[in-house]
Design a protein around this ligand. Sequence first.
Ligand SMILES: *[C@@H]1O[C@H](CO)[C@@H](O)[C@H](O)[C@H]1NC(C)=O
Ligand SMILES: *[C@@H]1O[C@H](CO)[C@@H](O)[C@H](O)[C@H]1NC(C)=O
Length: 799
Amino acid sequence: MTRQVLLFVLVLSLGLVHGQVSYSISEEMVKGSLVGNIAQDLGLDIKRLKSGKARVYTGDSAEYIELNKERGILIIKERIDREALCGQTTPCALHFQIILENPMELYSITVEITDVNDNPPTFDKSEVKFKISESAVSGAKFVLERAMDLDVGNNGLQNYLLNPTDNFALKLHSQADGNKNVEMVLHKPLDREKQEKVALVLTAIDGGEPQMSGTMKILITVLDVNDNAPVFTQPVYKATVTENAHKGTVVATVNALDADHGSNGKITYSISNTLDDVRNTFVVNEDSGELTVIGSVDYEKSRHFQINLRASDDGGLTDSCKVIIDVADINDNTPSINIISKSNVISEDAKTDTVVTMINIQDPDSGDNGKVQCSINENIPFLIKTTSTNFFSLVTDSELDRERASEYNISVTCSDEGVPSLSSSVTLTLQISDVNDNAPVFERSSYEAYITENNTPGLSIFTVKARDADWNQNARVSYILEDSSVHGVPVSSYVSISADSGVVHAVRSFDYEQIKDFQFHVKAQDGGSPPLSSNVTVKIMIQDQNDNAPQVLYPVQTGGSLVAEMVPRSADIGYLVTKVVAVDVDSGQNAWLAYKLQKATDRALFEVGLQNGEIRTVRQVTDKDAVKQRLTVVVADNGQPSRSATVNVNVAVADSFPEVLSEFTDFTHDKEYNDNLTFYLVLALAVVSFLFITCLVVIISVKIYRWRQSRILYHSNLPVIPYYPPRYADTLGNGTLQHVYNYEVCRTTDSRKSDCKFARPGSQNVLIMDPSLTGTMQRIQSEKSILDEPDSPLEVSQY
Ligand SMILES: *[C@@H]1O[C@H](CO)[C@@H](O)[C@H](O)[C@H]1NC(C)=O
Ligand SMILES: *[C@@H]1O[C@H](CO)[C@@H](O)[C@H](O)[C@H]1NC(C)=O
């Protein structure tokens, strides 16, 4: 361009320019296109052109236009690109000269090249990329690259368009050079969460006709900003967990969403409760949001859990939610038995329905799992009643008897109604205290005891024993001898009883012959208040001892007196010479007497009846038999040891008394029966003996008489031993011996039979006996004191 201008100036300065023509053509005309009729315009003849060798002079510039001399026109020689020729310079013109010779003429031609809109606006890059934070605020500016349009003027770049314009608007700044700076202004903030990538198209348009445009893509990546808090999918979650759930049981899963990206969207769950029990019981997986059990879940401690959960992203934004966990009860609690009050001891006379124990039951489970029923073991006189919810009382159900059961082990079992049921039990030990409701009871309804006579005083006879079913003091039995009298004598003078042991002691020595038995009452009394007692009859029987030797009543033995039984020489075999009569005040075997012949002058002549004491002849008496016969009879009782008495019986075998007398003088002379005594001596003795016997008979008769007098005195209330008194009056009168047979303790019904028969009470024939003595018949007969002291204690014994 500079060169063109220079050329034009040069031409003018030469002054050779004869004419000047301007043309205007548009660029890009095809080759050969007409530019202008130069001949005509310059007023030149074509011939002249030819002669003048007209030519185009462009200097050293390129020849775009050539001269057609034939036609005198200018045509396009080369395609002209205005943009290449002039760039942005306007107007754009070609300047050249047409030079003629002969004469030299110079004409300046100017061809203005007009622009044709043949270039669209173009961007340097087809796309640009931005990274814009979503936090960018409205008004933020982003400079865009300008577009270029080679065309000029209207055909040049005119405007920009941006599409879409949701977030951005274009702002153009006109520069001094006429260009425009393009800026993109944020008018609505970006949201990565809505649109992470935004694609815009920037269109540059020119003003040509037709309009041309160029585009550039604007790719915007929205950078995330932690502008979204996590959000739980539900504000409240509900879940149920059974109590005693295993550790690790997943209870619920919470979920929170965060629209942000990357770490801004990474959610961490945590429990925000401050209460320890929740934190100790549950844990939340910080990534997955699973709530799991880590502690013990106990319905009885808490029935619900409210867990506050927090979800936070890495940017620190949070959301929270609640998880309400209901704990489902299971029957995991055994009922607990609490004894509120308890009697350890109850009196056996307690009334029915007496409360013994109060029990409270606690079962923390709910519903049926916490409903409790109690029961007690069977067959005991107690009952368990419910008084109000969870309160039970143990009461007596029937009468108690300590003597039957002094202690009860009451086992109380309480079970709930859960499935399976749980139960617990306690054992209550209840003592039954004693009441003095039992009298002592003797082991036997009556006692009989035996004691042998002649005991030592103080001897323990036997023991009575009473038992008392009560306890302790109420069962402590004392034995008391009840006052009574035995034959007018207080029983305490016979026996005593040890209060503690019940041992009965004899106070005195007993004499069977005096008292054979007696009875008394013993009272057993317990130590209760008031005391109870019972009594028993005790009968003491005194046993006989063989303490009395037989007493020979007949023949009477008196000192040196001599009585002889007469046996006529004519006596037959079995002639009853006499009968030895003896009594034994003992009884039974001790009084069972046996008679034996111990010595005899002539053993062959006499025999003694073993039981009846009858002395009989065993053979015919002969003249050779000595007149005087002497027999010694032993009377022995059957006691152990046996006691005996001997009696000498003199028998005179003679037909006449003088004969006897002469013979029996020997007896007085020598007690030792001696066959060798001289006849005279015997005769003298016989005389003396006879006199002596006579005197003796008289004395006995007197004694018997006195006894008969006293019998009237003691008619029926004295101990009687019936027998037939000897009729001494008769004896004395006629001297016969047959009457003597009746003189015996046992009445014989027949003199030939010696069976003893006891006389019936009331018999007129009685024998007086002094009970205070170990009396013998002899004493009775001799002692006057019995008759003199009618007040002396006399015991009645019946034979
Ligand atoms: C009660 O239990 C105690 C202790 O187990 C035992 O010694 C006693 O004999 C029992 N009593 C009864 C009446 O079963
Ligand atoms: C002995 O006991 C009976 C009842 O068992 C009574 O009737 C009687 O009077 C009592 N006797 C004495 C002496 O206490």
